[in-house]
Design a protein. Structure first.
Lengths: 306, 343, 251
């Protein structure tokens, strides 16, 4: 019983971690390359979810919905970059925090304005519906496996992009030493736009992928944004590798912690106290984890700069 | 820490008389307001709005102490509001309703939390500091949501306001208003003393150039930590007041959005002037309160449907307003007041 | 011979394979003005950072007044009487010149954990600060915000701040860098006056100034000390001439 539960929770944790990675990847690059703190990254995720809801309803299929949603998410990210974010790169972090906080307020209300306050639901695509037997008598939804696969695929793609292409080389160099990149005569503005748009699209993709298993609602990006920040801070700002590792760690710690903390505490406490403290501690675990990491390594696990 | 380069400097000897008169006018207005409130016919509403403004003013001012004078961008200041509020709720649900016990408990708990989290957070710099303060606040938020005996997610309604030495003095809204004003003025005077003191000068110096401060023999960490603790305690007091005003506590007191709002209030009012933070809090809350009506009035040309939707979605105006203020009104409201004097 | 005030033993700083200072051994006698010269990139500023405690050393030992201070922090070293100035001016631009110095005085006179009383009105602090400013010739500019001072005046202010910590030894990192002729003359005069009261370690590119002020000179090349001697003998040292070959600054 416990072993199968552990397996399921590990898969859930993996899936959650990969979603977190899709969001954190863009965030850490934007942060690392542009030194820009973008609280509004979470709304890109929300926008992705709303777009898939709208487009898959319109086209009648998830696949076509995704085909339309991704470029729209990209275009939307670029629009925000041109309208707002571009004017903030030179500002201090405090201004960036505030202005992007304003973007969150606007867009959370904006989706309410357009789609209403009630949660939307997106059906799981037909070919990915149902469950598959992953171990003796243990069923696991195909769609969740598909999310894991998609997440791993994007991670691999990103690895290739960052390590083996010219843009990727510039991005890595930019995260380590932005002055050097501009000294090379690279059009920094364009590089920023590419990184920004790409990050926005990844977050939108994450939102689209989870839309069928979560309810699509205003503000859905807020809490996951905080988690994504935890991820990139633990991983080391600007490090894709760090973000990947930290995202999986956070996904697993959170998911497994929530289901096992009460059980583990039962070893030292009586059952009712254990379940109560367990439920209290579980959601705090990742923050305790983060505090611990930063205590010993103030610039995260894989510090990029200096 | 995050760089807040010399746009704002602490009050130099040259700052004009007019600036110094602002806090006097401000507190005089707060003191006189109850008279007007009783004349307005909606005294309950006016009093409660003004009390709320003062409480948030206190919280924002406490943040200004470390943000404006120490360049420490704490993105988790709402946690202290939560600690102060839960000190009321938890103690009250165990039958301890006296402020003489609750307030020291609230201050003590805030100080302890600030000491522990500050000691860890201040090891980091820049964005890491912003994020780790946020993480600690989130930690507390989730702790509160899982405190089933004290209401969990839904929060807890208090049976009555705190007693003072056994007497229910604060039940009267005027008395509560006066108590709040007293707290605000007390905290203001204390903060004012701190920023001009030896301690405050080190804090301000560290904000401008931490390396220089080390090179003359100061250890910035100790000063920043002490400032963080003092600031946390003041915000804890604001939390105590907040719980008493609402006669209700909930995890919503310490969401990260609330922390963001506090930063906004400070910046809106103008960093590093203390009373600017109070003015910023007032402007923020008044805007939040009246923006729907302002929008309704301003959109008289449009048809009723759009008009009501616009009014309902006032945050869509609030958000961009926030962005515009950040982009174009550097120095906040105090900056606008100061500008004519600098020619 | 008197015990050295500052003694460096095989001090080393490297970033991975890049060695910046290497086996630097040096002793500074009480009361002398000891100049450190060397071509650009020789590791002079790094050495000052190591001695002042801004950068940790990878190997070696620093002794100050007989005490091993290798692992002390910068503030702890300042408390023991080791002050420094910065090559790139490091002041508090929003504070007046007076307050810049008064803060340094404050650091060594009583606790700074005082939350009441207006620090900028403290006569004891301001008086000493004023003395230090007058000493470097900035007395008349005491109430100007430091950020508005001219470049040369900022260099003088750095010196005044250093003095205000009441150091036994003052580490000066290119106090003349970027100053005009008149200003540099003023700083040289100030240093000449201070020389009699303080031990000074001076890093400087201006050879005229170095040779007119220094009691002894150490030459740092590629992170190593290749010579330490009186100015006259350093000037004649063939190894030094070779290191400076083509460098017109060397007379």
């Amino acid at each position: 019983m416990t072993a199968t539960l552990l397996l399921i929770q590990t898969l859930n944790g993996l899936q959650f971690g990969l979603i977190l990675f899709l969001i954190a990847a863009g965030l850490t690059l934007v942060f690392g390359v542009m030194d820009f703190i973008n609280l509004a990254h979470g709304v890109q995720y929300m926008i992705g979810a709303y777009l898939i809801a709208a487009f898959s309803a319109w086209t009648g299929g998830f696949g076509w919905g995704l085909v339309l949603a991704l470029p729209t998410a990209l275009a939307f990210g670029l629009l925000l970059e041109v309208l707002v974010f571009r004017h903030l790169y030179e500002r201090d972090h405090l201004d960036q925090v505030l202005a992007t906080f304003g973007v969150i307020l606007f867009l959370n209300q904006g989706v309410k304005f357009v789609w209403g306050a009630a949660p939307l639901s997106v059906p799981v695509p037909d070919i990915l519906s149902g469950s598959v037997e992953i171990a003796d008598g243990l069923l696991y939804p195909v769609y969740r496996l598909a999310i894991i696969a998609a997440g791993l695929l994007v991670a691999a793609l990103l690895y290739v992009l960052v390590n083996f292409t010219r843009v990727g080389m510039l991005v890595r160099a930019g995260a380590t030493n932005p002055q050097m990149v501009s000294a090379l005569g690279v059009n920094i503005k364009r590089l920023f736009m590419i990184v920004f748009g790409f990050g926005a699209m990844l977050a939108g993709f994450a939102g689209a992928m989870v839309a069928p298993i979560l309810s699509v609602q205003p503000g859905m990006g807020d809490n996951i944004l905080i988690l994504a920040f935890v991820v990139i801070v633990i991983g080391g700002i600007g490090s894709i590798r760090g973000a990947f590792l930290a995202a999986l760690l956070i996904g697993l710690v959170d998911t497994i912690g929530r289901s096992f903390a009460p059980n583990l505490l039962r070893l030292v406490l009586d059952p009712s106290a254990a379940s109560q403290t367990g439920r209290a501690i579980a959601p705090m675990l990742i923050y305790i984890f983060m505090a611990g990491v930063l205590f010993f390594r103030p610039s995260g696990l894989f510090p990029v700069k200096r | 820490m995050t760089e807040l380069t010399g746009t704002q400097t602490a009050p130099a000897p040259s700052s004009s008389m007019r600036i110094d008169s602002i806090p006097l006018v401000l507190f005089a207005a707060f003191a006189a307001a109850p008279l007007l409130a009783s004349a307005s016919g909606a005294e309950g509403y006016v009093l409660s709005l003004l009390t709320r403004i003062m409480i948030f003013g206190l919280a924002a001012m406490s943040l200004d102490l470390i943000l404006g004078y120490g360049a420490l961008v704490s993105f988790g200041h709402a946690a202290f509001l939560g600690i102060g509020a839960y000190a009321v709720g938890i103690l009250a649900s165990h039958g301890i309703e006296d402020a003489l016990i609750q307030i020291p408990a609230a201050l003590g708990a805030s100080a302890l939390f600030a000491l522990v989290t500050g000691a860890i957070s201040l090891r980091t710099k820049g964005v890491y500091f912003i994020m780790i303060t946020l993480a600690f606040a989130q930690m507390l938020f989730f702790l509160a949501t899982s405190l089933a005996p004290y209401g969990g997610d839904d929060g807890l309604t208090l049976p009555n306001r705190s007693l003072i030495a056994g007497a229910g003095l604060l039940e009267n809204d005027y008395a509560f208003y006066a108590a709040t004003l007293l707290c605000l003025i007390g905290a203001y005077l204390l903060s004012r003393a701190i920023v001009t003191s030896r301690f405050g000068r080190v804090l301000r110096g560290t904000k401008e150039n931490a390396v220089r401060m080390e090179a003359v023999g100061f250890q910035p960490f100790r000063f920043q930590l002490a400032a963080y603790v003092i600031s946390g305690m003041m915000a804890g007091l604001a939390g105590w007041l907040m719980a008493n005003q609402a006669e209700f506590i909930s995890p919503a007191f310490m969401t990260w959005q609330r922390s963001g709002e506090l930063i906004f209030m400070v910046v809106l009012g103008g960093l590093g002037s203390l009373h600017g933070a109070i003015i910023g809090a007032a402007a923020f809350l008044l805007l939040e309160e009246f923006l729907p009506e302002i929008l309704h009035a301003a959109s008289f040309l449009l048809n009723d449907d759009i008009r009501s939707r616009l009014t309902e979605n006032w945050q869509m105006v609030f958000g961009p307003l926030l962005i515009l203020i950040v982009l174009f009104a550097r120095g906040g409201i105090m900056g606008l007041l100061r500008r004519p004097h600098h020619g | 011979m008197a015990e050295p005030l500052l003694e460096l033993r095989s001090l080393r700083k490297n970033y991975g394979a890049l060695v910046v200072t290497d086996h630097v051994s040096l002793s500074v006698r009480p009361g002398e003005l000891h100049a450190i010269i060397g071509p650009n990139g020789a590791g002079k500023t790094t050495l000052i950072h190591q001695v002042s405690g801004m950068l940790p050393s990878n190997a070696g030992q620093i002794l100050f007044a007989g005490e091993d201070i290798t692992h002390l922090s910068m503030p702890q070293r300042v408390k023991r009487g080791l002050a420094r100035s910065f090559q790139i001016t490091s002041i508090l631009p929003g504070f007046s010149a007076m307050e810049n110095v008064a803060l340094a005085v404050q650091a060594r006179s009583g606790s700074s954990f005082r939350f009441f009383g207006n620090a900028s009105q403290e006569k004891g602090l301001n008086g000493t600060a004023m003395d230090c400013l007058s000493e470097v010739g900035l007395g008349a500019r005491a109430h100007i915000p430091a950020g508005l001072l001219s470049h040369g005046e900022k260099r003088q202010l750095e010196l005044a701040i250093g003095l205000a910590t009441k150091p036994k030894l003052l580490l000066l990192d290119e106090p003349l860098a970027g100053t005009g002729h008149d200003e540099s003359q003023r700083v040289v005069e100030t240093l000449r006056r201070l020389k009699s009261r303080l031990t000074i370690v001076l890093i400087e590119h201006d050879m005229d100034a170095v040779f007119s002020l220094a009691d002894r000179v150490s030459v740092l090349v590629y992170g190593r000390v290749i010579a330490t001697d009186t100015p006259e003998r350093v000037r004649e040292n063939p190894e030094v001439r070779a290191a400076y070959l083509g460098d017109e600054e060397m007379v």
